[in-house]
Design a protein. Sequence first.
Length: 161
Amino acid sequence: MTVPSVLNSPIEVGLRALVLLVEACPQALDLQQLVTLDYFLVHSGDVDGGPDSLHAPSPLRSGEVTVRRELVSKGLNLYQLRGLVSEAPSATGFAYAAQPGAASFLDAFRSAYVENLRTRAEWVIESFGLLEYGDLHQTLETSLSKWKLEFAAVLPEGDDE
């Protein structure tokens, strides 16, 4: 019997979203905010002044933002079914918030990974949690542009596509 990978599964991505929601509490966040904030959570080292990235750098990380939306949505649904996340209509679709038991649920974890998530989530929410969508998107674009320029500098000639 093979065990499915938890890495970048709805379980892990939903856990990251839950950590962000607990840190943002009582503020609710919409799906696009969570997708962008999750990128900053994982790749915090891509942002000037940010802590080291949680995951190793990948040349494909600019494409992660596109596929991340579905994973974040599935992860939120998973934790919503467990009563840890609530969903409510908002001006941008739906907004998600941590339920009262979510912080206690996270406190039960005793891993360095979850501690690193929580530390970075505090930084992410403090740095970007109150930004309007346009400012948040611009910050993401700036981060991705900077990273793309750094990556292009190490590509052999003719491999820039």
